[in-house]
Ligand binder design. Structure first.
Ligand code: RIB
Length: 304
C-alpha cells in the first residue's frame, strides 16, 4: 500500500503583527520570515516525519526548489513534483498575530497549472488500495478524483480552503474526510455556532452537524476537528472522541495539516482509531508552539 499526496506547495511569507489587519488599516510588522508551506506539502512533511513512505505530486516554479529538498529531508519522494520554467510557485502572505492566530492570502501560481496529462502520468505509478491524499489548492481536482476512483484508490480529502470548487467534486467517491467545524458547516449548510456548547460535552451523537455529515456521506469516514473541543472520528457504526493537549500557541499555521498527516500515519500503520487521533492531537499541539508551517511539524520521535 502506497500513499500519494497530490497537493500544493507554497512559499509562505509570514508577517508577525499585533493584530490581523482591519479593512483600510496600515500596520508595521515586527518581523518577516519565509517558510515552505502549502497544505499539500505540509501534510506530506507530516506523513514523512511520522515515518510513512509518501509520494508527493504537484507543481512548483524555479523559485520553489528548496521545497523539494525539504520533502527529501522528510523522506518524501518528490519525483512527481514538476518544476515549471514559466510560472512562479504558489505563495501566501500570512499575518501571524500576538495570540498565534493567523490569516492567509493565497496566490495559486504553479499549483494551478496541474494538467490532466500530469495526473495520468502520476497515477500510473499507483494501484487499487493505495491512498490518495488531497486538499483544495490545486487545479484539475475533479479529474483527479474521477481517475483515482476509476483505479480504485482510497481517496482522502481535506476540503481546505473551502470554496465553491469543492461542491463540483464527486464527494461520494471520498473514503475519508478530514475537516474542521467551519468547513463542515460550509459543506453541509448546518451552523456549528449553536453547537459550540454541545461540542464540549460527551453528547456528540446529538450534533446536527455530525448528523448532516453522516447523511451527506453515508459511506465515508470523517475526522472532524473542533478547535478547543478536540476532535471526533465517526463513520456509520461508531463515534470516537479525542481531547486536546493544552499548550501556549505561538503560530497555529499547519496545525490542521499536522493533524491530518499524523492521523493518516496512525491509520495506515494499523493503529486503532483512538490511538491515531491521540497521535494527531499530540503532534499538532507541538506544531502550534513553533513558528512557520513545514518547519514547525515535529518528527515522530518528538511525539511521545
Ligand atoms: O494550512 C497551512 C497552509 O495553508 C500554509 O502553509 C499556506 O501555504 C496555506 O496553504
Amino acid at each position: 500500500m502506497k500513499v500519494l499526496n497530490f497537493g500544493s506547495l507554497n512559499i509562505d511569507y509570514v508577517y508577525k503583527v499585533d493584530h490581523i489587519l482591519l479593512k483600510g488599516e496600515t500596520q508595521a510588522s515586527s518581523s518577516r520570515n519565509i517558510f515552505a508551506g502549502g497544505k499539500g506539502l505540509n501534510q506530506s512533511i507530516a506523513l514523512g516525519r511520522a515515518g510513512v513512505k509518501t509520494w508527493h505530486a504537484g507543481c512548483i516554479g524555479e523559485d520553489g526548489r528548496f521545497m523539494v529538498e525539504l520533502l527529501a529531508e522528510a523522506g518524501v519522494d518528490s519525483s512527481f513534483v514538476k518544476v515549471l520554467t514559466d510560472s512562479p510557485s504558489g505563495h501566501t502572505v500570512i499575518q501571524n498575530d500576538k495570540d498565534g492566530d493567523n490569516c492567509i492570502l493565497l496566490y495559486g501560481g504553479a499549483n494551478q497549472r496541474i494538467t490532466k496529462e500530469q495526473i495520468d502520468e502520476t497515477l500510473e505509478g499507483f494501484a487499487a488500495g493505495d491512498y490518495l491524499v488531497l486538499q483544495n489548492e490545486i487545479s484539475e481536482l475533479p479529474y483527479l478524483i474521477e481517475k483515482a476512483h476509476e483505479k480504485g484508490l482510497r481517496i482522502v480529502l481535506n476540503p481546505a480552503p473551502m470554496n465553491e470548487n469543492i461542491q463540483k467534486l464527486k464527494l461520494s467517491y471520498v473514503d475519508l474526510f478530514l475537516l474542521n467545524e467551519v468547513e463542515a458547516s460550509q459543506l453541509t449548510g448546518v451552523s456549528y455556532e449553536k453547537e459550540k456548547e454541545l461540542f464540549q460535552t460527551d453528547e456528540l451523537e446529538k450534533s446536527e452537524l455530525i448528523g448532516a455529515l453522516r447523511r451527506s456521506f453515508p459511506k465515508a469516514a470523517v475526522v472532524l476537528t473542533l478547535g478547543s473541543a478536540g476532535s471526533v472520528y465517526f463513520d456509520e457504526d461508531q463515534l470516537i472522541r479525542q481531547g486536546i493537549y493544552e499548550v501556549k500557541a505561538v503560530d497555529t499555521t499547519a496545525a490542521g495539516d499536522t493533524f491530518t498527516g499524523y492521523f493518516l500515519a496512525g491509520m495506515t500503520e494499523g493503529l486503532p482509531i483512538k490511538e491515531s487521533l491521540d497521535l494527531a492531537a499530540k503532534a499538532s499541539s507541538i506544531t502550534v508552539t513553533r513558528p512557520g508551517a513545514a518547519p514547525s511539524i515535529p518528527r515522530r520521535e518528538e511525539v511521545i
